[in-house]
Design a protein around this ligand. Sequence first.
Ligand SMILES: *[C@@H]1O[C@H](CO)[C@@H](O)[C@H](O)[C@H]1NC(C)=O
Ligand SMILES: *[C@@H]1O[C@H](CO)[C@@H](O)[C@H](O)[C@H]1NC(C)=O
Ligand SMILES: *[C@@H]1O[C@H](CO)[C@@H](O)[C@H](O)[C@H]1NC(C)=O
Ligand SMILES: *[C@@H]1O[C@H](CO)[C@@H](O)[C@H](O)[C@H]1NC(C)=O
Ligand SMILES: *[C@@H]1O[C@H](CO)[C@@H](O)[C@H](O)[C@H]1NC(C)=O
Ligand SMILES: [Ca+2]
Length: 440
Amino acid sequence: MKPATWCWLSSAVLAAYGCLVAANNETEEIMDETAKSTCPVRLESRGRCEEGGECPYQVNLPPLTIQLPKQFSRIEEVFKEVQNLKETVNSLKKCCQDCKLQADDNREPGRNGLLSPGTEVPGEADGNRVRELESEVNKLSSDLRNTKEEIDVLQGHLEKLNLVNMNNIENYVDKKVANLTSVVNGLDGKCLSKCPGQEQIQSRPVQHLLYKDCSEYYTIGKRSSGTYSVTPDPQNSSFEVYCDMETMGGGWTVLQVRLDGSTNFTKTWQDYKVGFGNLRREFWLGNDKIHLLTKSDEMILRIDLEDFNGVKLYALYDPFYVANEFLRYRLHIGNYNGTAGDALRFSKHYNHDMKFFTTPDRDNDRYPSGNCGLYYSSGWWFDACLSANLNGKYYHQKYRGVRNGIFWGTWPGVSESQPGGYKSSFRKAKMMIRPKHFKP
Ligand SMILES: *[C@@H]1O[C@H](CO)[C@@H](O)[C@H](O)[C@H]1NC(C)=O
Ligand SMILES: *[C@@H]1O[C@H](CO)[C@@H](O)[C@H](O)[C@H]1NC(C)=O
Ligand SMILES: *[C@@H]1O[C@H](CO)[C@@H](O)[C@H](O)[C@H]1NC(C)=O
Ligand SMILES: *[C@@H]1O[C@H](CO)[C@@H](O)[C@H](O)[C@H]1NC(C)=O
Ligand SMILES: *[C@@H]1O[C@H](CO)[C@@H](O)[C@H](O)[C@H]1NC(C)=O
Ligand SMILES: [Ca+2]
């Protein structure tokens, strides 16, 4: 055989080895035995042959019919096929090595440096047969290489699949929903401003009537805190919000306020969904509205707290996003900044980021043997269960028992309180949002 053929063969065998990482000892041994006993390629000397003399040789070649799978629907199938191919190629290689050794032993300077044939006529026939074999082996080895490439690709897919867990998928969907919303909103804006016919008649007054949040009221000159009507999503209806136009430059849309215990925060999923309380005193704006307000723009969250000693601290989270009801209003908070401490992301074991919303009648928390919302009498993004809860019961002073009051786990002095001792409570709590890039 030509040296080129040996290259093809060895590369094919290498490919087969490369594919079969999991081949075991047993198979190898059996295969070698098989190769020895039923070698399909044989180079035989016919009669005695003296050195320098012309010897008649006969090459018996096996018919090579190797079918590779066209569809790689299942990787197990591919592995099986490659296993078979490997066996075939190995036995072929073994036999050809035998043949080569035999041929080398009886080598004569032949015409093309091929096996030296005994007579001219059988030599021609053998030459043709060898060329056929060569081309089949070429085909086989290129098929093998293709197979190996396909297996590599499939293995890559499998590895990637293993990395994708449910968390990643949910996170991905959340992000995509937020992104799509902002893209669609952008398109809406473009369409409104580019429709030439309507521009003079309709879109200008309409655009001036729609304010996404309190920061847009601030931008047109509104400077007094109070209730305003906002339309964060033009596809959806407008609703009233309370705007804080004073804190840290103003333009804040308020999501929650506690200040006197006038509103009961032990409420159902439905109550937290639509919102409850009094916008001018204590209230929860509503999870659907919070979702609409946070989905289209990158928002930051500001939390203001005041205890009964008059200590006032704050926390900022950048960005802040609450998913929709289908995704159980999952909380997303970014970097912390402020003075009150990062109680929402207290430790590895208490972290409210990426947690679902739980209410006394809807358990989405990470506490397996009960409902944190029921135990702590409120709706919140409970972990298992909490290092912060701004929707707890309003206590007018220190209290004992279950820590179901308004709670912020990084507050000064909280860590010293004894399990059975008095718990501190808060006079005021407030949650509000503003676009990240808003400049007052
Ligand atoms: C390979 O053979 C050795 C010795 O017989 C044995 O200990 C080992 O478990 C075998 N490995 C596999 C993968 O079968
Ligand atoms: C949304 O995704 C597209 C494509 O991945 C990206 O180019 C664009 O910046 C994203 N938009 C936002 C607001 O994240
Ligand atoms: C708040 O509402 C819950 C559920 O309706 C009720 O059990 C609880 O007594 C109320 N708390 C107060 C202080 O009224
Ligand atoms: C409007 O919002 C409500 C909840 O806030 C939601 O159920 C509804 O599908 C929204 N409608 C549109 C057109 O987005
Ligand atoms: C926190 O905010 C202050 C004031 O805006 C800023 O100077 C500081 O760099 C911020 N810190 C971090 C960690 O972002
Ligand atoms: Ca639970």
